[in-house]
Design a protein around this ligand. Structure first.
Ligand code: ASP
Length: 343
């Protein structure tokens, strides 16, 4: 491909769906600070994080604030308000990564409100990067985190009781975006329906701060009514989240097993390293997921969002219905619909 054609393609891909970086006298002006989160519930996450970025604070602090805000929201299927596993326990997964490739993760963590802060504590005070289950809870308690009640939130309890009637494990793609659902998605409704059907839901946030440094986080209660002990992509560095401060950052939402198969967010970042825009990289990574089994791919959703060092943003998903929230100058979060493989 000639370099002219390559730059034309890069430019056109940037124009859709999101192209913040502008060229000034032959130099690309970096669009910063900027923060991007999965889903329209990213408005809550970005809203909590933006004051940190606006004041010139660190991307790492901003993404932690994003996670805390969403983990606090009892109506969101992310923290302790989320759907339980099939034995009736809410188990949480989260990870965080900064500009120096420091990272921390926890999985299968029960009764702790802010798994993200436990992950950060692990990253900052131990030589380890990943703790699970009882060990993760023990570490949290030893570090001053409080043991919360094991009781389900009222919404989660209602949908668990419904689910128990059939006890079928069958995620429904993007149920929260169906027009027929009166409550919508995310902050405006939990992603579960009164008939007990459910969806998976995760908050992934990536940010570029005023100093030009990148960080990211991913936090979830995982797929509702999962097998006890099941862990998805969200707490796995390179699957649910990856940050490389020379290149960019990416995070994911959707059926974690499919993201793990291709080391999804690591793949997105490596594709950006090879010269693709964030939008192109997300698209290629989704194609990599779909290609081995397009029939199977019709049954699940995966969405990626990515940001590069210039503050350019992109997203792509397997199915229609994935959206994401971008907050930059002015501080008002804007929701974009991602393009998708299947229309
Ligand atoms: N990715 C999460 C998981 O597989 C679920 C989600 O995004 O909703 O656990």
């Amino acid at each position: 491909m000639t370099s002219n054609r390559r730059s034309f393609l890069r430019f056109s891909a940037l124009a859709l769906p999101f192209a913040p970086a502008t060229k000034l006298f032959g130099k690309t002006a970096v669009n910063k600070p900027i923060i991007v989160s999965t889903w329209d519930s990213g408005q809550i996450a970005n809203g909590a994080a933006w004051p940190v970025l606006e004041k010139g604070g660190k991307a790492l602090d901003a993404v932690e604030q994003a996670a805390i805000a969403i983990e606090n929201d009892i109506n969101c299927c992310v923290g302790l308000g989320g759907n339980p596993d099939r034995d009736g326990h809410v188990t949480l997964d989260a990870c965080i990564m900064d500009e120096k490739a420091n990272c921390g993760a926890v999985a299968f963590l029960e009764r702790i409100k802010h798994p993200i802060s436990v992950a950060r504590k692990l990253m900052e005070t131990t030589p380890h990067v990943f703790l699970v289950g009882e060990g993760a809870q023990q570490f949290a308690l030893a570090n001053g985190f409080k043991l919360e009640s094991a009781k389900l939130s009222p919404d989660a309890e209602k949908s668990y009781k419904q689910w128990l009637k059939k006890a079928e494990y069958k995620p429904v793609i993007n149920i929260e975006h169906q027009q027929s659902h009166p409550k919508g998605h995310g902050p405006f409704a939990p992603s579960r329906l009164e008939d007990g059907s459910f969806n998976h839901d995760t908050m992934g946030t990536i940010a570029l701060d005023a100093s030009g440094d990148l960080s990211g986080m991913c936090t979830t209660s995982g797929m509702g009514f999962k097998m006890r002990g099941r862990v998805g992509d969200s707490p796995i560095i390179g699957a649910g989240l990856f940050v490389d401060n020379e290149v960019g950052a990416a995070t994911s939402s959707g059926q974690g097993e499919e993201v793990i198969r291709v080391c999804g967010t690591h793949l997105v970042v490596e594709l950006m390293r090879s010269g693709l825009t964030p939008a192109e990289a997300c698209k290629k990574a989704i194609e990599r997921i779909v290609k081995p089994n397009p029939e199977r791919a019709k049954t699940f959703q995966v969405g990626f969002i990515a940001i590069n060092k210039q503050g350019e943003v992109g997203a792509y998903s397997v199915q229609k219905g994935f959206n994401y929230t971008v907050t930059e100058k002015g501080g008002k979060g804007k929701v974009f619909n991602a393009e998708s493989y299947f229309s």
